[in-house]
Design a protein around this ligand. Structure first.
Ligand code: NDP
Length: 469
């Protein structure tokens, strides 16, 4: 009997997902544009399960039993459209195409609309966890037609990561919802990585920790509330010796951060929807600033920092303060990311289950963390929660650590150590908890120079005034 499930795009992600599907007992037809890769794949992994190799998209479609499902794992952007355009004339109504790449959610919405009009289903599926996750269990965020998802759910549930026996996959919502949530996941990943990098900067340059001490410190942090994949790999990084020199490899890595765009998309969309996603956006800009290496090197000899200041506190206590600042800022990153998802849900008509999204991020993906159990609990306890910071567990956690958070940001400012994500997260916390902000002055200025009008605190209506003595 022919398989129902096929995959095109045998680069690292596609190969590993195909093997994962086969390891779970599902037969799968596989295809790649450069056909020789199909033969290499079958030669290397053919014994791991039931594979059918296809040398053209027509062969792939013919190899599948209707209703067919084809997972597209090619480079995001134009290549996805190219593959869809070639596949559409070969498919029958009721067949399903799945894009498992890092596509922009608006592309997914467009493709879903076009394909639905042709009688086809289209799922946009976020897959997190890199190549290792793809092989051994990723976190999967599917969006699109619910019925089409239900048909492939057994395969996705089988191949996904499991935490306490629960698969790290759940239907997210219509059209682009899966790719949207994957985009925000990546945005939170940017923020988390930047926060860890700022902690590293302070631990190294203020507390004077060596790489071995950094490994030990991050290892200890990984035993507590910060327990997460990113802290775990950070520990490993500080343990890694360089093979070319006597030193540690991390010290030889050029300090220019690259990016592929998902963090930027998150920030762009946050600006469109008017949601203050400051932590993620500072993380994106911090990568941009890091990329200006030559300018920074030149400026380092010209722009003075603080003069005659030194750290005068207790270094051991400050290490713990940095841990607490990291924890608080991380809560803010999630709070902001979830607020953005809420706004997108309202904008696009999705009903996102925030507790369930936290559940599927607990395993397989890059931002997996112990703390996601608490986020799930927060939304289980109060599905209407306006902001994660208001959940009693997180509210109390922030309250207990805010003094440490302020000491860290204060010291960093005093010493001239840039901590954009720590500082902007704290400013968000302080802004969000203020019943009144100085925006009354901004409204007054707008009304004065542009007659933009304003509202009053003491009576209904819209006002315009003639300002000045
Ligand atoms: P790449 O993004 O490097 O894409 C390479 C694959 O795309 C090859 O199979 C290539 O075929 C195919 N391809 C490129 N252009 C075309 C085209 N015009 N027509 C048909 N096929 C084309 O592969 P990855 O495995 O790294 O990633 C796949 C997707 O998964 C991407 O969207 C990526 O962003 C996403 N992703 C990747 C992760 C990772 O860790 N790498 C993690 C999570 C998601 P050929 O061999 O013929 O060149």
């Amino acid at each position: 009997q022919k398989p129902h499930f096929g995959l095109t795009g045998l680069a690292v992600m596609g190969q590993n997902l195909a093997r994962n599907v086969a390891h779970n007992g599902f037969p799968i037809a596989v295809h790649n544009r450069t056909a020789s890769k199909v033969d290499e794949f079958i030669a290397d992994f053919g014994t791991e399960g039931t594979f059918v190799g296809a040398h053209s998209l027509k062969e792939l479609v013919d190899a599948l039993e209707a209703p067919r499902t084809i997972l597209i794992m090619v480079k995001a952007g134009g290549p996805v459209d190219a593959v869809i355009d070639e596949l559409v004339p070969l498919l029958s109504p009721g067949d399903t195409l799945i894009d498992g790449g890092n596509s922009l959610y608006t592309d997914t919405q467009r493709r879903n609309k076009d394909l639905t009009a042709k009688g086809l289903n289209f799922l946009g599926v976020g897959v997190s966890g890199g190549e290792e996750g793809a092989l051994n269990g990723p976190s999967i965020m599917p969006g699109g037609q619910r019925e089409a998802y239900d048909r492939v759910a057994p395969i996705f549930e089988a191949i996904s990561a499991k935490v306490d026996g629960t698969p790290c996959v759940a239907y997210i919502g219509a059209d682009g919802a899966g790719h949207y949530v994957k985009m925000v996941h990546n945005g939170i990943e940017y923020a988390d990585m930047q926060l860890i990098a700022e902690a590293y900067d302070l631990l190294k340059n203020v507390c004077g920790l060596s790489n071995n001490e950094l490994a030990k410190t991050f290892g200890e942090w990984n035993e507590g509330d910060l327990d997460s994949f990113l802290i775990e790999i950070t520990t490993q990084i500080f343990q890694t010796k360089d093979t070319l020199t006597e030193g540690h490899l991390v010290d030889f890595v050029l300090d220019k951060a690259a990016q592929k765009g998902t963090g930027k998309w998150t920030s762009q969309n946050a600006l469109d929807l008017g949601i203050p996603v400051t932590g993620i956006t500072e993380a994106v800009f911090a990568r941009c600033l890091s990329a200006l290496k030559d300018e920074r090197v030149a400026a380092s000899t010209q722009l003075p920092g603080p003069v005659d200041v030194a750290f005068e506190g207790d270094k051991v206590a400050f290490v713990n303060d940095i841990r607490d600042a990291l924890y608080c800022s991380k809560i803010v990153a999630y709070a902001q990311g979830i607020q953005l998802m809420d706004a997108a849900a309202a904008e696009f008509g999705w009903s996102l289950n925030r507790g369930e999204i936290a559940t599927i991020w607990r395993g397989g993906c890059i931002i997996r963390a112990r703390f996601l159990n608490r986020i799930k609990d927060a939304y289980d306890n109060n599905p209407e929660l306006a902001n994660l910071m208001l959940d009693p567990y997180f509210r109390d956690g922030l309250a207990a650590r805010q003094a440490a958070w302020r000491r860290v940001v204060g010291e960093a400012v005093k010493l001239g150590v840039p901590v954009p994500a720590f500082a902007s997260s704290l400013a968000y916390y302080d802004g969000y908890r203020r019943a009144s902000l100085p925006a009354n002055l901004i409204q007054a200025q707008r009304d004065l120079f542009g007659a933009h009008t304003y509202e009053r605190t003491d009576r209904e209506g819209t006002f315009h005034s003639s300002w000045g003595a």
